[in-house]
Design a protein around this ligand. Sequence first.
Ligand code: FAD
Length: 341
Amino acid sequence: MAAPKVAVVGAGVIGLSTALSIVETCPSCSVTVLSDQFSPNTTSDVAAGMLIPHTYPGTPIHVQKQWFKETFTYLFAISNSAEASEAGIHLISGWQVFKNAPKEELPFWSDIVLGFRSMSEAELQKFPQHRFGQAFTTLKCDCPTYLLWLEKRLKATGVQMYTRKVANLWELHSEYNVVVNCAGIGAHQLVGDEKLFPVRGQVLKVHAPWVKNFIRDGDGSTYIYPGIHRVTLGGTREKESWSLSPDPGTTKDIFDRCCSLEPSLCRAQEITVKVGLRPSRWCVRLQQEVLSQGEVKLPVVHNYGHGAGGFSVHRGTAKEAAHLVGECIPALQGSSSRAKL
Ligand code: FAD
């Protein structure tokens, strides 16, 4: 049988990591990435890239935990290797602080990050407006660097990448045997998913090299995430807003909130503003579907809707999507898809 042709639509963290997982688990496949935008122009480039999971209400916690664990283990290994700086992955320690007692004393991911514990009184003195806190070490991706590293790995394995806007998945049926939909918020239009909605996020990237620890207000509204070169200050969560234009009032508000958590930030320089649309959904859509017209069929695997937590779970969902692609392959033999092989 000739190599099954797989098209992955989307070149954010989900599309690139899914393409890589397919290459690893189905080496007989010929994989192509099709996307209207590549780094540095995706939502994934805007993200802070912190591995602190967001909770998907419609996905069982044990599944989310497994996705996070696989992602953490994968990136932890990279952070311990000579690839760490080229991949833009590093360990980072810090604090999540609360004004009122946290809803969960032990979040589901507390035994996956490193050294999770309650903050000491001495640590809490740094945050006079907060009464409770959790300290831990996690991982952070420098997002554009990590995306370029994924692209480089894909190219090294022979994966083709083309700039192309896909109007509907069926248009790919004559060229590919399996299509994987990793279009992020683009899936709203691409497959007409009304359950998918944007949650707009505005962040500032600043030069403040003295800030070495992350600080996150427990409700996730205000955060300070130091990266390799810049510190990300956030944020906003605006449901159903499609605007990609930075709002100057919001910029000031974010800066003020972050300075109130870490007063030394008032000396930060080179402030740039970024906006991204989190592809949000009740649960990640990770499933197979078969499109058909008459006798002609096109197996599709969806992997989108990662909302505020795409970096935190990307490797876990990519592996699951690659497994679903692998399940489609035997059915191609003897089907109408054979002609494309
Ligand atoms: P995208 O990065 O948007 O990629 C989608 C791709 O599909 C793009 O390449 C696009 O061009 C392509 N595409 C779309 N439609 C089509 C089409 N019709 N034809 C061809 N190509 C198409 N997550 C974390 O885990 N940790 C964080 O700290 C974090 N911080 C964040 C901060 C902000 C401000 C924002 C906005 C998000 C943050 N996130 C974070 C969430 C994270 O960014 C997303 O979950 C993740 O980037 C989603 O990745 P994706 O690949 O699905 O989407």
